[in-house]
Design a protein around this ligand. Structure first.
Ligand code: NDP
Length: 308
């Protein structure tokens, strides 16, 4: 059974999937693997994070990534560039990081300022160091079942699902959302687990009916509490990727964070559900560290440590 700390939902029978606890345990295992790499092979995995401009949310993410990278025993290289940085300067930095043997993972924080073509920058990252998993080579490898670096948020969702349900073979999975960073790679990962996968989006007909088919329902939409309790099949496992801040002026909301799923209603019906915050969110950085470790091991031709 699950090693995740679970509790009964206050409002219903669903198990609460403790992503925060799982992510902390995962970071602990990554730290142990890093210590072994250092002791046995004299190598320290290194993650370079590039931030262009002063977007406040991006600054928070970058700070948190740097802190957790160091806590795991890895090397952290932070590059902060002015908002006016040209595409040429950024591409030159990416080329330097590609060539730097101390750097095993490169993450360029999105969004980038308007004068920079994000697709061109992501395409310039060495796919072997693409720890965000956004490069088309990694997307293609994932889609064709080859070893890839997989986008961190869907990878985190998969780890929580495996921990909650064990073998996913044959389960009906519905992913709501088809973005390149969450929905599509999530669908590919679930297909790789031999689920029967449906990808729903803004043009899907009868979305509640489609969701009710799901043994596994992943919501990655960006619409606060859109998925209602009566969209959920009794006993289903619900993974809520959404992070939405309600406007402070909304009655009783006080600017609180909610997911894409109406949590209290859903917890009455679901078998297990991730909360927001404390569910999928903490898994994203933990999986970034896992990808950096994977990239470092592959760079040296070493076996990748089993992290779950
Ligand atoms: P995008 O905006 O890129 O994609 C949203 C998807 O939802 C699209 O495919 C869109 O469909 C679909 N959609 C929008 N409205 C509806 C609707 N009414 N009915 C059905 N589908 C709809 O978002 P992301 O994938 O980047 O992110 C999704 C959510 O996950 C956001 O809340 C984001 O903040 C959160 N997130 C959380 C992370 C974490 O670490 N926990 C990391 C990344 C994202 P269509 O393609 O037809 O337009």
């Amino acid at each position: 059974m699950s090693e995740t700390t679970t509790a009964q939902a206050a409002t219903g029978g669903a198990r609460i999937i403790d992503g925060k606890g799982f992510a902390a345990a995962l970071r602990g295992r990554i730290g142990e693997a890093v210590a072994r790499l250092k002791a046995e092979h004299g190598m320290t995995p290194g993650l370079a994070v590039v931030l262009v401009g002063e977007d406040p949310a991006s600054q928070v993410y970058v700070r948190s990534k740097g802190k957790q990278t160091l806590e795991a025993g890895m090397a952290s290289f932070e590059h902060r560039l002015e908002a006016s940085t040209s595409q040429e300067t950024l591409l030159k930095l990416v080329a330097e990081l590609n060539a730097d043997p101390a750097v095993h993972g490169i993450l360029v924080q999105l969004p980038l300022p308007g004068q920079i073509d994000s697709a061109a920058v992501l395409a310039a990252i060495d796919p072997a160091k693409d720890v965000d998993g956004f490069h088309v080579i990694n997307a293609g490898r994932l889609a064709t079942g080859q070893p890839a670096l997989v986008p961190c948020t869907p990878l985190g969702c998969l780890l929580l699902l495996r921990d909650t349900l064990g073998d996913l073979t044959g389960l009906e999975a519905v992913v709501v959302g088809r973005s390149n960073i969450v929905g599509k790679p999530m669908a590919q990962l679930l297909l790789g687990e031999s689920c029967t996968v449906t990808v729903a989006h803004s043009r899907t007909r009868d979305l509640p009916g489609v969701c009710r088919r799901a043994d596994i329902l992943v919501a990655a939409v960006g619409r606060p509490e859109m998925v209602r309790g009566d969209w959920i099949r009794p006993g289903a496992t619900v993974i809520d990727v959404g992070i939405n801040r309600l406007p402070p002026e909304q009655e009783g909301a006080k600017g609180r964070l909610v997911g894409d799923v109406a949590f209290a209603e859903a917890a009455e019906v679901a078998g297990a559900i991730t909360p927001v915050p404390g569910g999928v969110g903490p898994m994203t950085i933990a999986c970034l560290l896992a990808n950096t470790l994977t990239a470092a091991c592959r760079a040296r031709g070493l076996p990748e440590p089993a992290l779950i």
